[in-house]
Design a protein around this ligand. Structure first.
Ligand code: SF4
Length: 106
């Protein structure tokens, strides 16, 4: 579904039927502040581009809401883990490389 930032995200849910205005992020869920989701977070969220680049079904993404220097706007950082390799995924856009080994030219 399309987020308020205008990109498609599989975790966004919006219900605008008959005047309703219900929006939620089903990756972050309903956390208490300061880890709560607000629609402005979608604008800088890396999840839609990660999902477009990497469709791995074994990768689990954990969103962490941060604030630079404790003062500026909140943003989402993603920690990724691969269930298959049992390792942290350093670059979620690419994946851990177990299913699709990186080609290293000789
Ligand atoms: S915050 Fe990120 S994961 Fe959540 S709905 Fe927005 S774009 Fe999707």
């Amino acid at each position: 579904m399309r987020t308020p930032a205008g990109v498609d995200c599989p975790y966004f849910y919006g219900d605008y039927y008959r005047g309703k205005h219900i929006e939620e992020c089903r990756l972050i869920g309903k956390n208490p502040p300061p880890q709560n989701w607000t629609a402005d977070l979608c604008a800088s969220c890396p999840v839609p581009s990660i999902k477009r680049a990497n469709a791995c079904e074994h990768m689990i993404m954990t969103p962490i809401i941060k604030r630079k220097l404790g003062l500026f706007k909140r943003y989402i950082s993603i920690a990724a883990f691969c269930k298959k390799s049992g390792e942290t995924v350093k670059e979620p856009h690419i994946g851990c490389g177990i299913c699709h080994p990186f080609d290293i030219p000789e």
